[in-house]
Write a protein that binds this ligand. Structure first.
Ligand code: GA4
Length: 330
């Protein structure tokens, strides 16, 4: 029998669990960015799953390793030290609480803006307690991953016949682009697993509001995606590849041709999971409406018109698992 002390139980009190699944997503669409067929495969995957794995992506492994090492150093600091970099609204360190509306998970994280104006003010970094080298690694990583995300968006534009081909990528390159970056740490949790035979939810199910999200993790699994029929499948980890999520905004820009993927992360019982996610978003004032070059004659938008500001504001009033786009469907 496993004896779990009362304070430990209280710590878990509001964190949800789920039944373990044996469904491994073995047929995960895998795209080699240097392959001439990449464009067809990417578009097919975005339509069917809103998700794919990217290999041969050109982002140097050392960028990921350096950042992962510094992130781990940060998350290994004593709790009071880490708290000095909080709270996470709008940017900074967060622990267990996700968003403003009562969601919780077995996760601690750092949330950054990728907008240089929000990075530092008067020569001082906005998040206290983050070393200069850590900031440099974040910057270096984010600009490499942003470039790669833009390449993917241009390939998508080519394949869907969207003109000009940079109409999506320019939203991420814009100096006012409202993109953000998140480092998540899911500590191992042997106690709870043994007690209930269930998995502890690290980050509850949700879709990402932005255009595209680029996920990279260490070799600890935990990410699951929901298939069209709602079945959850586990995505085997691969520390050298990226996993790409279609966000709600890209679903709207393609008038529902692409679907934003519902996903969640389960904590592992023995190993720490570290993930780094770039969320590519448009400028706040950008109107989010289906791109005219993909609309067929007579095709109507499935959504009421809104700006990214409207969507973001409305998203921050929702709970993590809510269907945020539903509020804007016609
Ligand atoms: C999900 C995607 C990103 O992680 C995030 C999250 C944000 C947060 O953690 O503060 C949100 C969530 C995310 C969607 C709905 C709102 C906002 C928590 C939440 C309950 C940074 C984002 O942009 O939206």
């Amino acid at each position: 029998m496993v004896i779990v002390s009362q304070p430990v139980l209280e710590n878990f009190a509001n964190i949800k669990t789920c039944k373990p699944t044996s469904n491994i997503f073995t047929e995960i669409p895998t795209v080699d960015l240097s392959d001439p067929d990449a464009k067809t495969l990417i578009v097919e995957a975005c339509k069917e799953f809103g998700f794919f794995k990217l290999i041969n992506h050109g982002v140097p492994m050392e960028f990921m390793d350096r950042l992962e090492d510094d992130a781990m150093k940060f998350f290994n600091l004593p709790q009071p030290e880490k708290e000095k970099s909080g709270p996470p609204n709008p940017f900074g360190y967060g622990n267990k609480k996700i968003g403003p509306n009562g969601d919780v998970g077995w996760v601690e994280y750092l949330l950054f803006s990728t907008n240089p104006e929000l990075f530092s003010q008067n020569g001082k970094f906005i998040i206290p307690g983050i070393s200069e080298s850590f900031w440099c690694f974040v910057n270096e990583y984010v600009s490499a991953v942003r470039n790669m995300a833009c390449e993917v968006l241009e390939i998508i534009a080519d394949e869907l016949g969207i003109r000009p081909r940079n109409i999506l990528s320019r939203l991420l390159r814009d100096e006012k682009s409202d993109s953000c970056f998140r480092l998540n740490h899911y500590p191992p949790c042997p106690e709870l697993q043994a007690l209930r035979g269930r998995n502890l939810i690290g980050f509850g199910d949700h879709t990402d509001p932005q255009i595209i999200s680029i996920v990279r993790s260490n070799n600890t699994s935990g990410l699951q995606i929901a298939l069209k029929d709602g079945t959850w499948v586990s995505v085997p980890s691969d520390h050298s590849s990226f996993f790409i999520n279609v966000g709600d905004t890209l679903q709207v820009l393609t008038n529902g041709r692409f679907r934003s993927v519902r996903h969640r992360v389960l904590a592992d019982c023995l190993n720490s999971r570290i993930s780094m996610i770039f969320f590519g978003g448009p400028p706040l004032t950008e109107k989010i409406t289906p791109l005219s070059s993909i609309m067929e004659q007579g095709e109507e938008s499935l959504y009421n018109e809104f700006t990214w500001y409207d969507y973001k504001k409305s998203s921050y009033k929702t709970r993590l698992s809510d269907n945020r786009l539903g509020l804007f469907e016609k």
